[in-house]
Design a protein around this ligand. Structure first.
Ligand code: FES
Ligand code: FES
Length: 174
């Protein structure tokens, strides 16, 4: 049976009718057309479907859409600024060769975003822990770890991320 939920999706309030058994992944990809979120294993083991719910990384393939009610959901489509400028984490992934086939990238980048929100200057152990649930079959992880460290590293880059977030928050508020 369908019922209505309301939640914030990439900064916009949305109201949608869902079936009780739908996953958030199904809602995003099949009903809302946000195909940046990828479906890999479908059982919570690969991280390709990672999105943020209230800034926490979750596997949307095993997260019921109904649980999004009243929450704040961020997908890869919501990470760039409204004028299309890439988020510093996305830029760092490109600069460090951390994107090859790209299938894991949306989930990996959102896991990185969740980490950097909590720990702006993570060490390698923090990074490995944060992306432990995200499988990449291409890069061997070294470039990914370098990219995440670069996106959060040191005062200069930290300021860069913080400044970007501040500018984006301001523009969303207009
Ligand atoms: S598709 Fe969700 S964890 Fe693999
Ligand atoms: S870049 Fe291909 S799976 Fe990670």
């Amino acid at each position: 049976m369908k019922h209505e939920i309301r939640f914030e999706l990439n900064g916009n309030e949305v109201t949608v009718e869902i079936e009780d058994h739908w996953t958030l992944l199904h809602l995003l990809r099949e009903e809302l057309g946000l195909t940046g979120t990828k479906e890999g294993c479908g059982v919570g083991e690969c991280g390709a479907c990672t999105v943020l719910v209230d800034d926490m990384a979750v596997n949307s393939c095993i997260f019921l859409a109904a649980e999004a009610q009243g929450r704040r959901v961020t997908t890869i489509e919501g990470l760039a600024s409204p004028d299309g400028k890439l988020h510093p984490i996305q830029e760092a992934f490109i600069e460090h060769g951390a994107i090859q086939c790209g299938f894991c990238s949306p989930g990996m980048i959102l896991s990185a975003r969740a980490l950097l929100n909590e720990t702006p200057q993570p060490d390698e152990d923090h990074i490995r822990e944060a992306i432990a649930g995200n499988i990449c079959r291409c890069t061997g992880y070294v470039q990914i770890i370098e990219a995440i460290r670069a996106a959060g590293q040191g005062p200069a880059d930290d300021v860069k991320v913080m400044a970007w977030q501040s500018a984006n928050d301001n523009s969303e508020g207009k």
